[in-house]
Ligand binder design. Structure first.
Ligand SMILES: Cc1ncc(COP(=O)(O)O)c(C=O)c1O
Length: 431
């Protein structure tokens, strides 16, 4: 598919970039949920409200208040890359199970949530028309960021084990055959318990992916592999898989990793981080200097206390157990309500916050569709899956839905699924 860079609209006061940022569905969905308080929202990817770490955070704040020198420091600006102590502690903690991947803190940047880091990466690597390959479906907020820099996003067929490596190679060959190999800059993967599909990239595919990138770099040119680890800590069963950085010595030359405490501790504190190849660190830091010359230091000092006091390690089993109950409630309700409905498919994720539902092909689940309207009448909100599809590469599956089990309690989840199933049955009958 050709790519055109549009001329600026001379009648608008807005920049071309502002125009390219329009159409993000997330704000609209959140406003809908707020406007209709009786709706059961299975849409928002928020974390569980009841297990937010209020007491441990209050204790950390008291400890901080009792250390006047540290408090004074916390109230001051710090480095653009973020607190050196925090970076070293994140490197230690985040790779506690896989020390082979532990990065030098000099290659780490602390950001206001990992979204800010993802945004920086997009700004640093992509010119208009450059190509990013991602699983179809993929994290729709990052797709918005990519559209905002006028990148082409090529979807790669995926299943419960993540992006298909054969399909990735086919897409790369297709792009090369079209003479666009030089435009390929990035491959993006949400490595564990993907948003939206709940899939986890298998060990075999992790190794194959590294090899594909290694070969492309040798034969075609320098690309990067962006591994988004937002949900890494939210595993409810099975063994942790090694992050890409821990799998090969040369991975640090081309793997970029994004991490966050938003899911594992608190999105309100909003501390995220990124690990970049040594060659990229100065550029990203200069770009960050132009934005804020350092993310909020107070939040970093607070998170450092939460890490070093071990509070996060005590908190994680609590939230994992809570989410596990919610996931089971959603899977049981799906089984009970839709288990017998032909061509309705979902997989059990091993972690994260999402279940991906595929409906019979003729049922359109997009915003404004008969199913959407019927679901709203029944009183349930979901994320239409088509938001999560790149515009190129793979066909957009209108018959898909992202369900989130993070926010509702088990009773709310059951009610939401009952309502959704009623809507699906109604539409399936009339269709
Ligand atoms: C896949 C993925 N990456 C990154 C983020 C960013 O989270 P934050 O900016 O709060 O770190 C999210 C949030 O939902 C996500 O789902």
């Amino acid at each position: 598919m050709g790519h055109t860079v549009s001329e600026p609209n001379r009648t608008s006061t807005l920049s071309r970039r502002a125009g390219m940022s329009s159409g993000q569905p997330i704000g609209r969905l959140m406003a809908l949920a707020l406007k209709h308080p009786n709706l059961v929202s299975l849409a928002a990817g928020f974390v569980d409200n009841d297990t937010l770490p209020c007491e441990t955070t209050a204790a950390a704040l008291r400890r901080l208040a009792d250390q006047p020198e540290l408090l004074r420091k916390a109230l001051q600006y710090d480095m653009t890359a973020g607190s050196g102590i925090l970076r070293a502690n994140i490197a230690e903690w985040n790779y506690r199970r896989f020390p082979a991947g532990r990065p030098d803190p000099e290659r780490m940047i602390v950001t206001a949530g990992s979204n800010q880091f993802l945004h920086l990466v997009a700004e640093a690597l992509l010119d208009p028309g450059d190509i990013v390959l991602a699983a179809a479906p993929t994290y729709f907020v990052f797709m918005g960021t990519l559209k905002g820099v006028d990148a082409r996003i090529v979807g790669v067929s995926s299943d419960e084990f993540g992006m298909s490596i054969d399909a990735l190679q086919e897409q790369l060959q297709r792009i090369a055959a079209a003479g666009d190999a030089h435009r390929v800059k990035l491959i993006y993967t949400v490595t564990d318990f993907d948003n939206p599909a709940g899939s986890t990239l298998s060990l075999e595919r992790r190794e194959q992916l590294l090899e594909v990138v290694r070969r492309w770099r040798a034969e075609q040119g320098p690309i990067h592999l962006l591994s988004d680890c937002a949900y890494q800590e939210l595993r409810y069963e099975g063994e942790d898989l090694p992050p890409l950085l821990a799998l090969a010595d040369d991975a640090s030359e081309f793997v970029i990793e994004a991490g966050t405490f938003s899911k594992s501790y608190s999105p309100g504190i909003r501390v995220g981080w990124g690990v970049v190849p040594e060659s990229l660190a100065p550029t990203l830091l200069e770009m960050k200097s132009n934005i804020d010359f350092g993310s909020p230091h107070f939040a970093q000092v607070l998170m450092n206390d939460v890490l070093t006091s071990g509070e996060i390690d005590s908190h994680l089993p609590v939230i994992r157990a809570g989410y596990r109950v919610k996931l089971d409630a959603m899977l049981d309700a799906l089984d009970a309500e839709l288990g017998e409905t032909p061509d309705v498919v979902w997989h059990k994720p091993a972690g994260g916050l999402y279940v991906w539902l595929t409906l019979p092909e003729h049922i359109d689940a997009s915003e404004g569709s008969p199913l959407w309207r019927c679901a709203m009448e029944q009183g349930v909100l979901y994320v239409p899956g088509y938001y999560c599809y790149p515009t190129e590469g793979e066909p957009i599956a209108l018959n898909t839905i992202r369900l989130s089990f993070g926010v509702q309690n088990p009773a709310g989840i059951r009610l939401g699924i009952e309502r959704l199933a009623a809507a699906i049955r109604q539409v399936a009958q009339t269709g």
